[in-house]
Each structure stands twice: as C-alpha cells, then as structure tokens.
Design a protein around this ligand. Structure first.
Ligand code: ADP
Ligand code: MG
Length: 265
C-alpha cells in the first residue's frame, strides 16, 4: 500500500509524528474543535488525544455532543473550528478524507446495514469499493469476520431476517472489514432488546484485546468501567472531565460528573 506520508501526496494534510507524553503513538488528535448547528454550538473547544490501542469510553447526558464528537472524527459531521487528525492525516474533505475513512470503522446505534443486501454483501462492499479487494478475497475475509462475531450461518440472509443483536454483530463485522486502525461506536447496544445487549458487548470486549483503538459512546456503565483504559465525560458540548475508570467512577472531581453517575448507576 502507498505510504501517503512518504509519497508526499498530502503534504497539506499530514503532520509530523506527535508522540504523547509517555511516547505512545497518538492516533486520534482533536485540537480546539468547535461545531455549530446554525446558532447552536454543539462542540466547544474539544481537546482530546487518543493513543494507539487505547479504549476510550465517552459518557455524558443525552444531547451533550457525544455523537457529534465521534461523527466529526470521520467527517460524517463537518466541524467548523480547530483540527482533527487521524493517524497524522488531517480530517478534511478531499484526498485526506479518503485515507482517513480507510482507517476508521464506525458502528451505529441503529445498525445502518444496507437492507437490500445480504449479510455477506454488507460486509464485502467496503473492501471491494474502498480497498479495491477482489470479490473472492473480500468474501474470504468476510467469512472470517462472521466467524469472529459468531454468525456465519446467517451470511446469505438479509438484515431484516436477523435479530437486533445479530444485526449489530454484522455491523461490527462490517466496521472491521476494512481493517481499521480506529473503531468508533455510537451507543452500539442502545437500540437492542435487553437480552441481546450481552452478546454484542461480548463481541466488543473481544476487540479490546486486538490492539485496535476504540472510542465508545455508551450508557453501559459497568461495561465502560470494565473495558475502558480511559473515560471522558461530556456535558453541554464540552469535555469536562477525563480519567481512569477508577477515578471517574469512584472519585470524580466535577460535580456534574458525580451527579450524572449518581443518576445512572
Ligand atoms: P448526544 O449524542 O450526546 O446525545 P448529540 O451529539 O447527538 O448528543 O447532539 C448534541 C446537540 O446537538 C443536541 O442538542 C442536538 O439537538 C444537537 N444536534 C445534533 N445533531 C443536530 C443536527 N443535525 N441539527 C441540529 N442540531 C443537532
Ligand atoms: Mg448520541
């Protein structure tokens, strides 16, 4: 594959390596990010660095900007102030965005599977179109992924024939199909019947050991506490507190974090 940095294709969009304080490689970087919807400011001066392999849970009340934040990372929402970098490439329209989206997989609350395609085709579409993979290679890879998420027997069905939990496991397999460096999860279990939450969380849990970097918006507090390396708390468009799960859940500094956790735990 082409090393875009060495090839110098995106000189405007590529920054030099920025190591974090402890020397780990920063893979997602947000600097002074703002986002408006008309007059309403949904994100206010967001600063966040995520290192390779880190699992970061994003918590906060409804409407605090969690979805907007993660959607800005692959430019599903354009941001209007500051800078976002994924693996040193600035997230901006054009050639950079094509590269960024190869590196970023997203899992949505409402699955967002293509209803008119089989499970297998849902998973192979990206690799064939985005990566230029042959159909045969893409299908072989899809079979491996379906095995990983435990639904090989459903591969020729359409999404509507699957349970919510199965659909979301397909959503995860699809997100993994491009071999992303970063996975973004936006409340992946919120639309599921309670008995199906566990099977999806189990799959997500297995991914935390693979070295993929994950940003996870969730209301599953026990799960966040268990799998996250770091927890960030948002309110009213601001990132108001971050820390280890131990600190955030046991001894948050911010009264607003404390109040939220008391209400949901
Ligand atoms: P969360 O995911 O934390 O519930 P969101 O990121 O979805 O919050 O929304 C943050 C704020 O931005 C909310 O007040 C929401 O109403 C507003 N918002 C989100 N998307 C849009 C949109 N497309 N147009 C206008 N306002 C929006
Ligand atoms: Mg949301």
């Amino acid at each position: 594959s082409v090393n875009t940095n060495e090839a110098g294709l995106f000189s405007s969009g590529v920054v030099d390596q920025v190591p974090s304080e402890n020397g780990d490689q920063v893979i997602i970087s947000l600097k002074h990010v703002d986002k408006h919807f008309g007059d309403f400011q949904a994100l206010k001066d967001i600063n966040l660095e995520v290192v390779q392999g880190e699992v970061v849970a994003i918590l906060g009340p409804s409407g605090s900007g969690k979805s907007t934040l993660i959607r800005c990372i692959n430019y599903l929402e354009p941001y209007d102030g500051g800078d976002i970098y994924v693996d040193r490439i600035r997230v901006q329209p054009g050639a950079e965005l094509i590269e960024v989206r190869k590196d970023v997989g997203m899992v949505f609350q409402s699955f967002n599977l293509f209803p008119n395609m089989t499970v297998l085709d849902n998973i192979t579409l990206g690799p064939i179109r985005v990566r230029g993979m042959s159909r045969g290679d893409a299908q072989a890879r899809a079979r491996e992924l379906l095995e990983k998420v435990g639904i090989t027997e459903q591969m020729h069905k359409y999404p509507s024939a699957l349970s919510g939990g199965q659909q979301q496991r397909v959503g995860i397999a699809r997100a993994l199909a491009n071999e992303p460096k970063v996975l973004l999860f936006d409340e992946p279990t919120s639309a599921l019947d309670p008995e199906m939450v566990g099977e999806v969380l189990d799959v997500i849990k297995t991914l935390t050991d693979t070295g993929v970097t994950m940003l996870l918006v969730t209301h599953e507090m026990g799960f966040a506490r268990h799998v996250a390396d770091r927890v960030v708390f948002m309110e009213a468009g601001q990132l108001i507190e971050e820390g280890t799960p131990e600190i955030i859940f046991n001894n948050p500094t911010e009264p607003r974090t404390r109040a939220f956790l008391e209400a949901v735990l």
